[in-house]
Every structure is written in structure tokens, then in C-alpha cells.
Design a protein around this ligand. Structure first.
Ligand code: GDP
Length: 451
């Protein structure tokens, strides 16, 4: 694809820095820079070379810079690209950007460099989205998952299987053209084998999203329990700081506090809530309401009880109430330093801890990692972290399962053909073989300018 205009943007964050990088991409990128670059002639230099010089125009020296040249198609966008490293003053950066625009470049829209790279075939849509994820990654696991996807992840395999499926779909469409004649070009057994192979690829991807989402966005973890159960003490123990107010007066944690905590490379967003109980205090009531709202948004709930004041029956009832929300609940019994082992035994499957003495915390950590399925992260299998991919994969899976049923029950070719078309569509949308302007706008619009 050929874009007529040359785009320019600041590729480093706005503001003061040691250096700033201005990037241009397009047919005229080298020519535009060359008009204001001294003393070398950049138009005769080789690709992948860097050149020290001055940006100069109408007798004004803008800055001393280093220009890096990438000649099409050997660049990120597959177009001519020049990157100017200048001094990191916002004034200098602004002036040079303006100068390039005066020389014929146009300010880039958010994500436009990556969009061009995609449209020029440098990578598929899922990989383009991974670029944004790599930049946004804020934990080791998130970075790994994004890099894996950037290198191709599941795209290549799916694209190859999609090609085979297209072949079958066209054979079946051909049968339909013959109408009454009862011919079968598409071998039903081969088709069934292929669909099974596709499903074998897709099912684990769909299942990986729970972990993938946790890796990318962190796990919303809400700690609930009656006032004085020791929630704030636990939070402080996990975070190693005095973040929440710890006190003996029931109901002192009036509002919810959110903290980030990284465990096994995964980010947990821990929320300490006000006690779950009836209250007449207005401020505290606000906290209770928020607790309920938080629990609804949580991916895992830590239910904590005070061993010195809770009975096993009361504890079970609390867990039971939360269980109805269909969110994994980790059952914690706190202050076990104050009770005997016989008393503890009555609580059966609760994890015993003492938040104050920091004992039992390892068991809690193991339980948390199990909830997000750490086994999948550590084996570095492919993780689907993107909601859009997940939704398309899920639709593909459901449609292909429909195809299997259709094949088994001997449904007519036109019904199978329709399902195959749907499946091809969903698969194609993941990698961008099928795309439309709205989808691209939506995806690249979320990128920053200069990327
Ligand atoms: P919250 O209302 O659930 O946030 O409870 P806090 O964290 O404020 O704790 C209430 C009281 O219980 C404080 O006096 C804590 O020091 C005490 N406490 C917390 N954890 C333990 C524990 O493991 N053992 C004992 N003995 N006391 C604890």
C-alpha cells in the first residue's frame, strides 16, 4: 500500500528529557529532513546509518542532532523512516516538528506509524495490538505475554488453519452450486478432522484468557470480613508498609484502599474494604456500599474472619453468602496465634494465618496464584490477553462446535457452509485479514501519538 503523505511525530514523551526523538515516515521522509540538515547530503546515504549534523533553516540553527536512516522497505513501517534525536527541550522539539511540517510533513495521528506498518504487511493485527501491550506492560508476566504475541503468538497457526478452512468452505459452496445433483466435493471426514484440529488449537487459547487477563490487567482482589478481623493488618503485612489504619475500634477502615502488589510476576490489585455488616453510621455506610460494589467487580475475594470471635458455623455462613457471587473465595482465618489447635481444627478448610505475626502468608500466596492459574504462566504457553481476541476466539469455537454437530447429524451443506463462513469471519478479524475502518480506528486510536 502506498500512502502519499509523510507523517511526523514526537516518539518520546512530551516534556523535558535528556534527548527527544522525532520520527518521520513516508516517501518524502529523507527528502524533507535533508532540506534542513547540514552538512551532509542524507539522500545519498545507505540504509541503517546514523549521521551527526545540524537542523538549520533560514540562517537559524535549531539544534545539533543525530539522524538515523531506514530506507524502505527495511523499516518499522516499511516506508522511508528518519528518526531525529535532538536535545530534550520541549521548545526545541516543538520548533523542529513545526519546521518539518513547513517542509511538507503532516502531524501523525495516534498509532498511525503502527497502522501503516500493519497495512504495509509488516505484521498482522494481533501483533500490532501487542505493540501497545508491550509499551503498557507493567509486570514481568505482562511483558512476556505481550512479547510472545508480538513475535506472532497464535496468529501464524490460526492463519494457516484458516487457509485450510477456506479451501473446505469453497468446496462446500461449490456443492451448493450443483444444487439437486447430490455431489460431495468436500470429504466430510477430512473436514471433521480439520475442525477438530482447529478446536484443539482454539480451546486452550479461549481457556487461557482468565490468566491472560490477570497478567495484563492485574487481579482485582478484594479483602472482606467483619470489622476488626485484621484486614488492614494483612494488607500492611503483604505490602510491608503502614498503609491502612489499624486500630481496635470496629469499623475504622471507613473507605476502600487499593494497592498494587506483585506476586510471581503477576500484579494483584488489593482492596481493603470496610466491614461487611449493618451499620447506622453514614460515612461507614458509604464504605459498606462500596464494599459490595467492589466484591461484584472482584476476580477473587479473600474472606477473612477473626478466630477469637468467629464460630465455625458463622464462618461457613459468611463464605456461603459470598459463594453465590460465583467468584473464587479464599477462606482465611486470622489471629490463630490466639486459639488452640483443637479450636482451629473445627474450621476445617480455612487457611490459618496470623496477620500480625506474618505467619501463614505463604499459604495465602500459593492460594492466590492457584486462583489465577499460575501453572499456565510459568509454562510460557500462549496466553490470550486481549479481550477482542478472546471474544472472536470464543465465537469461532462456538461456531466450529456447531459445524461438528452439523457434520455428525448429517445436516445439509448450506447450513455447514453458513457456519464455516462465520468461523472464517471471526478468525479473520483476529489477525486483520478481515478488517474495516471502524475496527482499525478503534484499535489504533488507543495508541499514543508517535507510535
Ligand atoms: P480490620 O478492621 O479488619 O481492618 O482490622 P485491623 O487490621 O484494624 O485489626 C484489628 C485489630 O486486630 C488490631 O488491633 C490488630 O493489631 C489486631 N490483629 C490483627 N491481626 C492479628 C493477629 O494475627 N493476631 C492478633 N492477636 N491480633 C491481630
Amino acid at each position: 500500500m502506498n500512502f502519499s503523505d509523510t507523517i511526523v511525530a514526537l516518539a518520546t514523551p512530551a516534556g523535558v528529557g535528556a534527548i527527544g526523538v522525532i520520527r518521520l515516515s513516508g516517501d518524502r521522509a529523507i527528502e524533507i529532513v535533508n532540506k534542513v540538515f547540514q552538512p551532509k547530503d542524507l539522500s545519498i546515504q545507505a540504509s541503517h546509518t546514523i549521521h551527526y549534523g545540524r537542523i538549520e533553516s533560514s540562517g537559524r540553527v535549531y539544534d545539533e542532532v543525530v539522524a538515523s536512516l531506514y530506507i524502505a522497505p527495511r523499516s518499522y513501517t516499511k516506508e522511508n523512516v528518519v528518526e531525529i534525536s535532538c536535545h530534550g527541550s520541549p521548545f526545541i522539539q516543538e520548533s523542529i516538528l513545526q519546521l518539518f511540517v513547513e517542509q511538507g510533513a503532516r502531524f501523525a495521528r495516534p498509532g498511525e506509524f503502527t497502522q501503516r506498518a500493519f497495512l504495509n504487511g509488516a505484521f498482522d493485527l494481533a501483533q500490532a495490538e501487542a505493540v501497545a501491550d508491550v509499551i503498557a506492560a507493567d509486570s514481568a508476566a505482562a511483558q512476556n505475554a505481550a512479547l510472545h504475541q508480538l513475535r506472532g503468538g497464535f496468529s501464524k497457526e490460526l492463519a494457516a488453519l484458516r487457509e485450510e478452512l477456506i479451501h473446505f468452505a469453497s468446496l462446500i459452496e461449490l456443492e451448493l452450486d450443483f444444487g439437486e445433483e447430490d455431489v460431495e466435493f468436500a470429504d466430510r471426514q477430512d473436514l471433521e478432522d480439520l475442525v477438530n484440529q482447529l478446536l484443539a488449537n482454539i480451546r486452550p487459547l479461549v481457556a487461557s484468557f482468565r490468566t491472560g487477563n490477570a497478567v495484563k490487567n492485574g487481579v482485582a482482589t478484594v479483602i472482606v470480613g467483619k470489622p476488626n478481623a485484621g484486614k488492614s493488618t494483612l494488607l500492611n503485612a503483604l505490602l510491608n508498609e503502614d498503609r491502612a489504619i489499624v486500630s481496635d475500634i470496629a469499623g475504622t477502615t471507613r473507605d476502600s484502599l487499593e494497592d498494587e502488589w506483585t506476586l510471581g510476576g503477576i500484579k494483584f490489585r488489593l482492596v481493603d474494604t470496610a466491614g461487611l455488616r449493618e451499620t447506622t453510621d453514614v460515612i461507614e455506610a458509604l464504605g459498606v456500599e462500596r464494599t459490595q460494589a467492589w466484591v461484584k467487580k472482584a476476580q477473587v475475594v479473600i474472606y477473612m474472619a477473626d478466630a477469637t470471635s468467629e464460630t465455625p458455623v458463622g464462618f461457613a455462613a459468611g463464605v456461603e453468602a459470598l459463594g453465590q457471587l460465583d467468584i473464587p473465595v479464599i477462606k482465611l482465618l486470622n489471629k490463630v496465634d490466639q486459639i488452640s489447635s483443637t479450636e482451629l481444627a473445627a474450621f476445617e478448610d480455612a487457611i490459618p494465618i496470623s496477620a500480625k505475626n506474618r505467619s501463614g502468608l505463604n499459604d495465602l500466596e500459593t492460594a492466590l496464584l492457584n486462583v489465577v492459574g499460575l501453572d499456565q504462566v510459568s509454562t510460557s504457553g500462549t496466553l490470550v490477553t486481549n479481550l477482542r481476541h478472546y471474544q472472536q476466539l470464543l465465537q469461532t469455537q462456538e461456531t466450529l462446535e456447531g459445524v461438528l454437530v452439523a457434520l455428525k447429524t448429517g445436516l445439509t451443506g448450506d447450513l455447514i457452509a453458513q457456519d464455516l463462513r462465520y468461523a472464517l469471519h471471526h478468525l479473520g478479524e483476529i489477525t486483520g485479514q478481515i478488517s474495516n475502518d471502524d475496527l482499525l480506528k478503534n484499535i489504533f486510536g488507543k495508541f499514543c501519538i508517535g507510535k
